[in-house]
Design a protein. Sequence first.
Length: 292
Amino acid sequence: MVKSMTGYGRAQQMLGGRDITVEIKSVNHRFFEFSARVPRAYGYLEERLKSYVQGQISRGKVEVGVTILTVEGQNAVVEANRELAGAYVDALRKIGEEAGLKDDLTLSTLTRFSDIFTVRREAEDEEEIWAAVRTVADEAVNRFVAMRAAEGERLRADLLGRLESIGRGVALVKEQSPRTVEAYRERLAAKIREVLADRQIDETRIVTEAAIFADRVAVDEETVRLESHLVQFREILGSDYPIGRKLDFLVQEINREANTIGSKAQDVAVAQVVVDIKSDVEKIREQIQNIE
């Protein structure tokens, strides 16, 4: 399956009293490059996320963002300073006695003194946090991969169309090349007749010169290799493993054969076909830069 290196996926879930969001996106890159944005308290997640994502993606510049919001009160322990509370009670009663006031102290009275209470968060279990983040990351990555696959399918369809166009061009070159040699032989014979006028023409010399020309402009080997490369290209497009680098190498070989054919071209029609082939090759080169 052809996969694009460009993709995006996002997922959000409430797990274990935590609102967790994972966002993943990627763009083109020759190799695998990873960066993550995680809350400072959860910095240990970065390496785990990198290993996890690298198991799903082989190439591309990948950015992962994680937010973790803990529901109020979760993992919190409230401790009371009993000695301080007792001191407040004693002080209030003493003031009441001295002022002749009724003793109406209640528990709610003490809640006004915030320094009596200390809120402390319990240490969080890293494995539990990672399990929750991994669950959300699975969903985000699935959406991310689905987007890359959809874009990859569009790239595949475009590339197959380009390959068909190049194939038609190669067929035209193969058809036109023999005509080029024959046209050269006729031009050579006409020129010799013009120069020699009424004298006898050495047909053997014309045949020899035509044979030398035919050898010089022969593109049989190049067209055979080019057709072979096109077959390989199609086979690779049907593979399940990452194919971007292989296609990059193969398109260089296709371009090399096209250049050789162009350098041998002695015919305007063949030269134009080569220009069209190279145009398709360049468009293919641009497209495969976005393939994993």
